[in-house]
Structures are given as C-alpha cells and as structure tokens.
Design a protein around this ligand. Sequence first.
Ligand code: IMP
Ligand code: MG
Length: 186
Amino acid sequence: MTSAELPEFPVPGDVGEILITSEQIQARVAELGHQIASDLAGEVPLLVGILKGSALFTADLMRAVTGPVEIDFMAVSSYGDATKSSGIVRIVKDLDAPVAGRHVILVEDIVDTGLTLRYLLEHLSAQGPASLRTCALLIREERTSREVEVDYVGFAVPDAFVIGYGLDVAQRYRNLPYIATYTGPT
Ligand code: IMP
Ligand code: MG
C-alpha cells in the first residue's frame, strides 16, 4: 500500500490546538530525569508507570534518568462513570516485585482530581517503601486543590480533554508525538 492510499491521520477535525510539542515534551522529560537522578543519587529509583496512559512517558523518563533505575507497571480501572473520576479504583495488574525498602516514584500521565493517584499512594505506602514520590506528565492548571501532592510535574494544561503522547480518547491517539486538545466526536 502506498502512502497515497493511507487514510488521513489524525482524522480531520479530531485534533484541536497543539498545546505541547514533541520537542517541548522531550526537553522537559530530560529535566525531570536529571532531577530524579540527582534527588535519589546513590539509590536505585523504581519508576512505577500507571498503564496505559503513562507507558510512553515512563519509557522516555527512564531513558532520561542519568543513573541506575528500574521500572515496573500497574494497571488500574476506575469504577463508575468513565468521564468522571470516582476514586474507587480496581487494580488490574499489580507490581511484579515488592516495593518494601524501595525508592518508588509513581508515574501518571495526567492528574486531574488526584483520586486515582491517592488510591495508589495509599496502596503502595502500606507496603513500606523507603520513599514514595509522585510524577505526572500533566496536571490541570485550573484545579487548585488536588487529592495528592505531585512532586514532579511536566506541564500544566487547561481544562480541556487532551490526547497524545500516551493519552487516549477511546484508546486512540496515544501515538501522537505531541499533546493536543481533542475536538472530535465524543
Ligand atoms: P483523576 O483520578 O481525576 O486524577 O484522573 C486521572 C485519570 O483520568 C488519568 O490517569 C487519565 O487516565 C484520565 N484523564 C483525565 N483527564 C484526561 C484527558 O484530558 N485525556 C485523557 N485522559 C484523561
Ligand atoms: Mg490513566
């Protein structure tokens, strides 16, 4: 199949404004990686990515940590209304190895209310990690009160549904290299 036969991607009308370019993401991820390596110098941080949204971010962040680092992943599903966070989370995939004594950094794609992250923090802190930090590629700038403290923040985004770089709408558009507003059908 030649490129002329490929359907247009992204679908026309789906992508609104590009809020954060691929270059901006990579530059910020590099800074966060250096920051984590320096904050945990002499330790081996364990990055815990929350699937699936933070898969791309976690992989790039790991490459940006200029020192020894490990990754693991958890998958969660929220109960109830998919568009509104309930804070009641079911763990679909737990960690492969115990985190007792480890320096853990929970890595999220976007923190909105923070309810998802708070649940995971409580779940992991019960296992006795040496330290437990949080990292989010995105937070919502309008939200002044969040359920959790985010230690490492990539960018603040406006109160619009965003896609790209791991973030999806109905599982699509995670592969866009930038963060953009979604303006397609809902
Ligand atoms: P919270 O529990 O309210 O902090 O919701 C965070 C979760 O909601 C994230 O892990 C995302 O999966 C999802 N989410 C929130 N806003 C967006 C968005 O604009 N695009 C894609 N996913 C989002
Ligand atoms: Mg998520």
